[in-house]
Structures are given as C-alpha cells and as structure tokens.
Design a protein around this ligand. Structure first.
Ligand code: TRP
Length: 447
C-alpha cells in the first residue's frame, strides 16, 4: 500500500496487529516472566507488573504508535520531525532517544539471540538428538551453558534466521508467519495447563502468582517489574515507533493495542502457571534464575504421554515467538540506518546483524555478561527511553499532532483522549522516574 511518500506499509490491519503481537510475545513471556517472578517472590511482583502494563505500558504503546505514524520514520527521524518547532532541547531529546533506541536494539538482540539459541538446543533435545541423561533437564541445561561453543552455534543459527527475514523487508518477512503459530502457542500452553492441573502443583502455582505478599516486594523488584512491562510489550526503544511508521494513514489500531497487551499478558501468566506447577510438584524452589523454563519443562515433557511431540511443538513455537521478536529488534536498527544514512535494507541487515552476532558471543561465553546486559537494558535503558518518549509525546509534539494522532488511532470520545493525555504527560514520566530513582537510591520511601 503506497501513501505517496513511497514508504512501504503493512499489507493490512491484520498485518500490523500480527507483527506487533509477534514483537511483543517472545522470550519475555515464557523465559523471562516466570524466572523473574520466581526470583522476586511472586504475587506482589505480578500485581505490580500488571499495574505497570496498564498504567504505563499501554499508554506508552499508543504514544510510540502516534509518533511513528505521524513522523513516518525511524525513532530519531520521527521525533526530530515532530518536535522541530520546540527548540534545541527537543532536538537533544530526539537525538538522545534515537541513540538509546538503536543501542537498545543492539544490546537486547545480542543476548536475546543467545537465549533463543537455548530453545533451539532444547528443540533438538525433544527430538532426542541430545538425549536427556540421568540428571534430566537440569543437567542438560548446565551442560549447554557450560559449553560456550555449542551456545554460540545456536546463537549463530538464530541470528541468521533473523537477518534473512529483515533483509527481505517487513512485508515478505513478518506478516505471513504470525497468524497460525501464535494461536498454536496459546493452545499448547492451555494443554499443558490442563495436564499440570491433573498432575498436581497448580494450586500452589496459583497461590504463588496471585496472592500478593507486599513485604517481598523491594525497590529492586519494582524496577524489574516496571522494566519488564517495557520489555514484554517491546516499548521504550522505538520498536513501536518503527512499526508505527509502517502503518498506513487509515488504520485504526486502538483496539489492536489492547489486544496485543492482553494476549501478551495471558501468555506470560499461562507460562508462569505451567512452570510453577512443575516447580512445586517437584518440591523445588521458584527462584532458580534464567534457566527456569529450560530446567522444568523438558522434565514435564519426559513424563507426559505424547511428550516428545508436545515438547517438540512447544520449543518450535517458542523459537518462532522469539524469532518474530528478534525481527522487530533488528528492524529498529535497520530502519534507522535506512532512514538516517540511506543504507540499503539488505546491507544494513547483514552488517548490523553481524555486529550484533559478535556482541552476542560475549553472552554465549559468559553468563554474567548476559545478566549484565539484560539488567542494563530492562531496568535502565527501556524505562529511561520510555520517559523520554512520554515527554516528547506529551509535551514537545504539537498539540494538533498529538490530538490528531490520538484520534487517528481510532479511539472514540474526548474522555479517553483526555485520560491518555494526562497519563502520558504526568503519570507515566513521574511514575517511571520515581521507580528508577528509588532503586538508584536517590529517593527512599518507607524502610
Ligand atoms: N517483547 C519481546 C519479548 O517479550 C522482546 C522485544 C522485542 C523487545 N522487541 C523489543 C523488548 C523492543 C524491548 C524492546 O520477548
């Protein structure tokens, strides 16, 4: 669909919503959400995370889509175009946000691809290529992360998959693939939920996830929950600005935003319920760290009738979900270099993909690098990028642009727009700022 400027657009409204859901749903839901929930004590962490999705995440998703669609470019270009009238401060903020976005794309994808590589390994485990030994999934995971060459191999495979799609462009690559496999992922999680419901552990898992114990929630956990709300919805680094820039003028996406947030949350909660049921049924600890999904589910598949098939299907779908997320991360970097430097898509995808691959080797070789990059991006870069985008959308973009932009999303009624405006101007920046400052120790509440 052309719009006169020559920019490629999503083939249909469904194309956009599938790509946005594909970006949002990924390792964040199935790998990260359960393990951080385990580490930060369950209930209260989950509640705070849900609150962040609703109060900060969804409004910011609209802000990014508005900036992307009206700016029609990569994050830097879109922000610069929309805030040009607002003086040098606005320009500095645009440059800052643009750089943060690209840096975020590089850093997140570098470790994300390593974790996706672990899923490739466990796909092969389910096929019996690497049989589970006596130590079960725990030992298999230990052996994998203890073998950096093997981790690097899967990381290489996953990066190649991502680069090939991005090099071919949004239309070819992303739209078609999402429509069947995303519902299949929900289906398999529901199936697993029914199975663990019969097998045991589900009641404890429900209690763990949904009974808040506010004493367990420390500033660090709050920051992690907030950061994860950004991470899981792909916010705070211009991914939705980039995808929004490929929206055609007449697509109304306000409901799509809600649908993406709901789907994303449902998948995370389903994954959490299944994984913690297995954890509690086996009498293990919830706070097992980044290996959690890989050390629990393969043992469940091994014990389950038809488990070989179910396990293989699960890891296949997980890899696919991670793939459609990785594509959106690389797309930020590639769109930026096309729009700002006039590189060809093909060249940008291969050159920057190779750089990201190289960076990722550090995470494949050292778990501490992976943790460091995960924390740096999730806890600091995404929330700070989110504040910058909220300030730009709320204060620096012209009133007409903001109002028309919000109307173009297809939202009905002035009340909704007024609520959104208040949130994006005041609530989001202040709330995110408070959580970050409190963790850094600049602010102290309570004890
Ligand atoms: N949301 C994805 C997940 O949960 C990861 C992701 C894709 C992402 N694009 C992003 C995270 C942009 C932050 C920013 O797996």
């Amino acid at each position: 669909m052309a719009n006169g400027t020559g920019r490629a657009h999503w083939g249909s409204r469904l194309g956009f919503v599938l790509a946005a859901a594909g970006s949002a749903v990924g390792l964040g839901n199935i790998w990260k959400f359960p393990y951080i929930t385990g580490e930060y004590g369950g209930g209260a962490f989950v509640l705070f995370y849900l609150l962040c999705i609703l109060v900060v995440g969804l409004p910011l998703m609209y802000a990014e889509l508005i900036i992307g669609r009206r700016g029609g470019k990569d994050p830097l270009g879109a922000l610069r175009a929309l805030t040009a009238h607002a003086g040098p401060g606005a320009k500095a903020l645009s440059v800052f946000t643009g750089i943060l976005s690209v840096a975020g794309g590089f850093l997140i994808l570098s470790f994300y691809s390593v974790v996706a590589g672990w899923a490739i390994h466990f796909l092969l485990v389910s096929f019996g290529v690497f049989p589970l030994g006596e130590g079960g999934a725990g030992a298999a995971f230990g052996a994998l992360v203890g073998d950096p060459k093997l981790s690097s191999l899967w990381h290489t495979v996953f990066m190649l998959l991502s680069i090939v799609v991005v090099a071919r462009g949004v239309h070819d690559g992303i739209e078609r693939a999402c429509s069947i496999l995303m519902p299949a992922l929900v289906g398999i999680l529901v199936l697993l939920l029914v199975y663990v419901g019969m097998r045991g552990g589900l009641a404890e898992a429900v209690t763990f996830l949904f009974r808040p114990n506010f004493h367990a929630l420390k500033p660090e956990g709050m920051l992690e929950a907030l950061g994860h709300a950004f991470f899981t919805l792909s916010l705070g680094m211009g991914a939705m600005i980039t995808y929004g820039s490929y929206l055609s003028r007449d697509s109304t996406v306000v409901r799509d935003g809600v649908a993406v947030a709901v789907l994303d949350t449902v998948i995370a909660l389903l994954a959490g319920l299944v994984i913690f049921s297995v954890v509690f049924a086996a009498g293990k600890e919830p706070g097992q760290g980044p290996g959690l999904v890989f050390v629990t589910l393969p043992d469940l598949f091994a014990s389950m009738p038809g488990g070989t098939f179910v396990g293989a299907a699960f890891f296949f779908l997980l890899i696919f979900a991670a793939w459609s997320s990785a594509i959106s991360l690389l797309e930020v970097v590639v769109t930026f270099s096309i729009d700002e430097f006039g590189l060809t898509r093909h060249k940008a995808a291969w050159v920057f993909g190779a750089v990201i691959w190289g960076l990722g080797l550090a995470s494949a070789f050292r778990g501490s690098v992976l943790d460091f990059l995960d924390n740096l991006t999730t806890r600091y870069m995404l929330p700070i990028g989110g504040i910058a985008i909220a300030i730009a959308a709320g204060w620096l973009v012209k009133k007409e642009d903001r109002e028309a932009g919000f109307r173009d999303l297809g939202a009905s009624g002035p009340l909704f727009a007024a609520i959104w405006t208040v949130i994006i101007r005041f609530v989001s920046p202040v709330a995110v700022g408070l959580v970050v400052l409190q963790k850094i120790g600049v602010l102290k509440f309570g004890g």
